[in-house]
Design a protein around this ligand. Structure first.
Ligand code: NDP
Length: 399
């Protein structure tokens, strides 16, 4: 039935590829196209013969012409972008030029500015609409499942949602003093940026890591979490009717924060190029090269993640609260697909988004954030594809 291209062969792509192979009832042919072809070849060698025909290719996803040539050669029904946020626009351009639906998990960021927002991708809305194509933005966990949770809460539990707190807890221990669970460059750019929250129609900025709370996470225990800016705040503020306040919280351990502060203080997290022995290098890219590869953390990481949203609002004129969350075990994820839970919780929703598009369950031409679609089929898929969710109508609130 469906032919799919996955661009990238890193931590998240590896999970999505495993899940595509598990969904051979829908996906028949898979092309893994990435910068370093060896990584794609290793995935193909591991998963070939399990029901989905897998081929690989080398591609520079910054180059629209290379992408279009690849699409013309393979004939995809959907393209899943699991390279880096820098490649979003070139891949969207190529999807328009060839005429194929697009899925990603992170919004566009220019390489030279640590700024992430949807404006660049939303600017493509009319062109996708006119072409009758769907670009599904943010089909990971956060953004991704968090948006689906919001759409589900809005559809089934509330007449109006006043406040959303998104809580992202990773209680995994990989045994290294400092490592990131997904691409280090993207991760460090995200957590060193100023925090922000949405309230009464405006975004309010706070210094990075300056707002802290403790929360007792189900199946994990109490952890410190910090207010961050996160991309889904921007789309949820528009798509969840009447919402007044949205905050995003992520847990960090003391060791992580101490190392990060030190790296920042010595300039290692900077994105400004410097001259080193006659050659220009970008400190954060050099740092990425010396840190453990997130894909290598799988066998070492023990513990769980808990990511979810607490909604507060009204139903039938009465106050109501609902906490929707998923708990994912690092070791169970590793046993199933050879990756830790952070890649797992992102890679599974990317496959589900693509599955719903190619089967026609989701179809809405234009550039769409995930909460714009009917959440029910996605919520059903989460239950059977490895990310079961829990509803709690009496959760502890975040003050
Ligand atoms: P990795 O660094 O592990 O993998 C990125 C892959 O993209 C690598 O295979 C890399 O190739 C490839 N790549 C990079 N640049 C290019 C290029 N120009 N052309 C072709 N391929 C390229 O990252 P992750 O797997 O950890 O993350 C993937 C994406 O998922 C990121 O955008 C990240 O922000 C997002 N993410 C989203 C989350 C969510 O919940 N929504 C959570 C976590 C991550 P090479 O091997 O040569 O470096």
């Amino acid at each position: 039935m469906a032919r799919v291209i996955v661009i990238g062969a890193g931590g998240v792509a590896s999970v999505t590829v495993h899940k595509i192979v598990q969904n051979a009832d829908v996906f028949t042919d898979l092309l893994i196209a990435t910068r370093t072809r060896d990584k794609a070849d290793r995935l193909r060698d591991k998963l070939q013969g399990l029901g989905v025909r897998i081929t690989t290719a080398a591609v520079d996803a910054d180059e629209v012409e290379q992408l279009v040539a690849l699409f013309e050669d393979f004939g995809p029904d959907v393209v899943i972008n699991l390279a880096l946020p820098y490649q979003d626009l070139s891949i969207m351009e190529a999807c328009l030029a060839y005429g194929v639906d697009y899925v990603d998990t992170a919004n566009y960021e220019p390489l030279d500015t640590a700024k992430f927002e949807y404006s660049w991708q939303w600017a493509y809305r009319e062109r996708f609409e006119q072409a009758g194509l769907t670009a599904l933005l943010g089909s990971g966990f956060d953004p991704g499942v968090t948006g689906v949770f919001a759409a589900y809460a809005q559809k089934h539990h509330f007449d109006s949602i006043r406040q959303i707190d998104i809580l992202d807890c990773n209680a995994g221990d990989h045994g290294y003093p400092f490592a990131t669970n997904f691409n280090p460059e993207i991760n460090i750019r995200e957590v060193t940026a100023p925090g922000s929250y949405y309230e009464n129609g405006a975004f309010h900025e706070v210094p990075a890591m300056s707002v802290k709370r403790s929360y007792n996470f189900p199946q994990i225990g109490t952890r410190d979490m910090y207010l961050l800016h996160h991309e889904e705040l921007e789309s949820l503020a528009i798509n969840i009717r009447g919402v007044k306040k949205i905050r995003f919280w992520m847990t960090f351990g003391e060791s992580y924060l101490t190392h990060l502060r030190c790296l920042q203080n010595v300039g290692m997290t900077s994105i400004e190029p410097i001259l080193y022995e006659g050659r220009e290098i970008v400190p954060i890219q050099f740092l990425r090269a010396v840190l453990p590869d997130p894909a290598s953390l799988g066998p070492r990481t023990k513990g769980k993640t808990n990511i979810g949203c607490i909604f507060q609002g009204k139903k039938d004129n009465k106050k109501k609260t609902c906490y929707l969350y998923n708990v994912c075990d690092h070791q169970e994820a590793y046993r199933e697909v050879g990756s830790q839970a952070v890649s797992y919780t992102t890679g599974v929703p990317a496959m589900i988004g693509a599955r719903l598009l190619v089967t026609g369950v989701w179809r809405m031409p234009g550039v769409r954030n995930i909460e714009e679609f009917d959440p029910d089929p996605f919520m059903a898929e989460l239950m059977t594809q490895g990310l079961p969710w829990v509803e709690d109508f009496n959760p502890t609130l975040v003050d």
